[in-house]
Design a protein around this ligand. Structure first.
Ligand SMILES: [Zn+2]
Ligand SMILES: [Zn+2]
Length: 773
């Protein structure tokens, strides 16, 4: 047999896809040779000996580079999946621990499973006399905690535990803080949006407490590939001059990338065959052809359904293969995960179907093929999932598009996504609501005084004054040596602050079937997300809301297995509170500022999962809620627009423009369309004209619309392409319809939005009016 592409188990599949047009883009990556260099000779001899025992006398070039960078200052590493990123922070950390018996390190992981994997990786060095790692999280038994505080010199934990368990009790951790040499932040790109804005504050509190004990730990970070790694590292830690290591010296397998678009079933309506059906067919084929495959789906329900479909497909022809397809559910113990990994790598399993719970760097080994069903939200995630494909030097990475606007945009412009890191991780540690919550926590951890500007930023005192007048802080002593202290010294403010929601005012979500607290949602969003009858997704699983208790601020939910989802219908108003920035661009006046958003959820629509058809509309009786946040808005001259768009179509044109802009905003600021709200009106009382608002969906705002304000021209260009290139006649879910529209997508004018955006973009091309000298 000739050694050509025919020998790959997926050649026939790709050929068929090319033939019928479902394979819309094919690319090749690699193979790339490893660049190996000797381990730095400066490493402590015991560590060098440990590396030799592991057969690692030579390192990938970026690992050696990272060790040198880490010795010099704060560093972030952004090389690819499976490039040995942990070695980049483990080596400098272990080196310090070998040199200084008292030195200690703190490792932060976004999930417990990752911390467990890392604890094992550290143990594999066999430096048992020097290195004593221990996991300290919510599962750590009480009786073990004191011993960990006293003797573990690598404490692996998560930001939540640091925030609520460690920092407020710093006295009990005095030895750790007094000897804290290194802080490792793995998977830093996870810390963005609301979560990132909180974690940035937690890390500032950490630096502040460490300084109080006389240490300045070295910060070492890793991240998936994003557009702004250094900025992310600096915003998260508050440090400057973070060094970037991104020149990957690890070998890359030869990988074929396939972007797969299910065929249109009705061109004018823009409907396509479901991504799920397409995935089932593809997976069954890969399994038959002998490829070991991992497949990623967003929801657990999707995982179950897809597993069933693939098994059914195989049972007809190859019943023995059907047994080799398994869904991978959340909640496995590390032992169960090891077992699964072993069965996969030994070839005892052919396909594993999972939610993205597996995505975050967990070592499941390398497989032949990785299939990602629908856009996971960011190219960073997509690349991490694809990185699983590449066993024995070759692999197939597939992405199957859904019908959502971003999915279809991706299919039409894969090069826009694949050839450069597009998304920037956005966070705003000074988002007022979040900042003040942490200022209270910090005051509880130690009086706030002038020296704290170094950690909390120059504007901390203005916020402290605000908290003083609100009765939460008390000023002690006279200027200039005065300090702010907590008004309730016996209180425990950290316990009131959830790192997942912007505002302290939140609703608890309780599963009545188990009594388990699933999480919380911001009060400002509770009415629209957990109203009675709402279908609520949590960790990929669906729940139905049985009761929304406004008094006790909680939603009672139960696991849900029905075949519909819900979409709230609401009335929204925006009031401009403060103008912060303004510029003229594309022939419009573009503003950025604070707005107050008032929302009244009136009803909800039930829609069938299979075809999105409306089942019914159920009225709700809920009071209005309002919250303040950041927004951009732009004013249009309705009179001029009337030349091209009729007055009846104008509102539909504005509304469709707003939807298209929200759909593509995640391309410039890493977020979800659910993080952004919008409002369009042909007359706003404060601007006196037709106006479109895009606002941060989280109280206080987290920087999303600030980024959109700065990059408004790109936003309009992408929105125009989204609309102009969609083959549908009058608007569809792949362009101007939104799954979260409070007006249930009424009215929408695709043609009007196209004209409107065209007009803005041509204004950019006209020569600017220059003022006379
Ligand atoms: Zn369309
Ligand atoms: Zn809408």
């Amino acid at each position: 047999m000739a050694l050509d592409r025919r020998t790959e188990p997926w050649s026939a599949l790709l050929d068929a896809g090319l033939e019928d047009g479902r394979l819309v883009r094919e690319a090749r990556e690699g193979p790339g040779e490893a660049r190996l260099v000797p381990a730095p000779p400066e490493l402590h001899p015991e560590l060098a000996a440990a590396l030799a025992r592991l057969g690692l006398e030579r390192l990938y070039s970026h690992q050696a580079e990272a060790v040198h960078a880490a010795w010099a200052g704060p560093t972030i590493v952004t090389t690819g999946t499976a490039s040995g990123k942990s070695m980049c922070f483990n080596l400098p950390t272990l080196d310090v621990l070998c040199r200084e018996a008292r030195a200690r390190a703190l490792y932060l992981y976004p999930t417990k499973a990752l911390a467990q994997d890392q604890a094992r990786a550290l143990a594999s060095f066999g430096l048992t006399k020097r290195v004593r790692p221990a996991i300290y999280d919510g599962d750590t038994p009480r009786e073990a905690r004191a011993q960990i505080r006293k003797s573990a010199n690598v404490v692996l934990t998560n930001p939540d535990m640091l925030h609520v368990g460690i920092l407020p009790n710093h006295a009990a951790w005095a030895d750790l803080f007094a000897n804290l040499a290194v802080v490792v932040i793995d998977e830093a790109h996870v810390y963005r949006g609301v979560f990132g804005s909180h974690v940035a504050n937690v890390l500032r509190r950490l630096r502040r407490i460490a300084a109080a004990y006389g240490t300045q730990p070295r910060f070492l970070l890793t991240s998936a590939t994003i557009a702004n790694p250094v900025e992310l590292a600096e915003r998260l830690t508050g440090l400057e001059d973070v060094r970037l290591i991104d020149d990957d010296g690890s070998p890359t397998p030869q990988r074929r990338i396939a972007v797969w678009n299910p065929p249109l079933t009705d061109e004018s309506l823009g409907t396509r065959r479901s991504a799920l059906g397409e995935a089932a067919e593809l997976l069954a084929r890969l399994v038959r052809d002998g490829a070991r495959t991992i497949c990623f789906m967003k929801s657990r329900k999707g995982v179950e359904v897809l597993s069933r479909l693939v098994k059914q497909d195989l049972e007809g022809t190859d019943p023995e293969l059907a047994e080799l397809v398994v869904p991978y559910r959340a909640g496995y113990t590390p032992q169960q995960r090891r077992e699964l990994e072993g069965r996969l790598t030994r070839g005892e399993l052919r396909a594993v179907i999972t939610t993205d719970a597996l995505e975050l760097g967990i070592d499941i080994g390398e497989l032949d093929a990785a299939v990602v069903v629908t856009f996971p939200g960011t190219v960073a995630s997509l690349r991490q999932m694809w990185g699983r494909a590449g066993r024995r030097g070759r692999g197939l990475a597939v992405y199957i598009a859904g019908e959502d606007a971003l999915d279809q945009f991706f299919c039409r412009h894969p090069e826009d996504f694949l050839d450069r890191p597009v998304e920037a991780a956005i966070l705003d540690h000074e988002s007022a609501l979040i900042f003040r919550q942490h200022l209270l926590c910090a005051a509880h951890e130690g009086p706030l005084d002038a020296e704290d500007a170094e950690f909390l930023g120059p504007r901390w005192e203005a916020h402290a004054e605000h908290l003083e007048s609100a009765g939460a802080l008390r000023r002690r002593g006279a200027m200039p040596t005065s300090a702010y202290v907590s008004r309730q010294p016996g209180g425990y403010p950290a316990a009131e602050v959830s790192l997942r929601s912007a505002s302290a005012e939140s609703f608890a979500i309780v599963d009545v079937s188990s009594g388990e607290l699933l999480g919380s949602t911001e009060a400002a969003r509770a009415h629209s997300t957990v109203h009675e009858g709402a279908i609520y997704m949590h960790m990929g699983r669906s729940y139905e809301v049985r009761e929304l208790d406004l008094e006790r601020r909680r939603a009672l939910v139960a696991p849900f297995d029905g075949d519909w989802y819900t979409q709230p219908k609401s009335q929204t108003d925006t009031e401009i509170v403060r103008l912060l920035d303004r510029r003229e661009t594309l022939g419009v006046t573009l503003s950025f500022g604070e707005v107050s958003v008032t929302d009244t959820v009136l009803a909800y629509q039930r829609r069938r999962l299979s075809d999105h058809a409306q089942v019914d509309i159920v009225a709700l009786d809920l009071p209005s809620t309002s919250f303040s946040t950041q927004a951009l808005w732009f004013e249009l001259n309705a009179g001029e627009l009337a030349e091209e768009i009729s007055m009846e179509a104008l509102l539909g044109a504005l509304h469709a423009t707003e939807h298209a802009q929200i759909a593509v905003l995640p391309l410039i600021a890493m977020c979800d369309r659910w993080d952004i709200g919008g409002l369009s009106t042909n007359y706003h009382p404060q601007t006196g004209t037709a106006t479109i608002f895009l606002y941060d969906g989280h109280p206080g705002g987290i920087g999303i619309t600030r980024t959109a304000f700065a990059r408004f021209e790109e936003l309009c260009g992408d929105a125009h392409r989204l609309i102009a290139e969609c083959p549908c006649a009058n608007g569809c879910p792949s362009c101007v319809q939104s799954p979260k529209c409070g007006n249930l997508n009424e009215p929408l004018s695709k043609a009007g939005a196209r004209v409107l955006l065209q007009r803005l973009l041509s204004a950019a091309r006209e020569p600017a009016l220059t003022s006379p000298l």
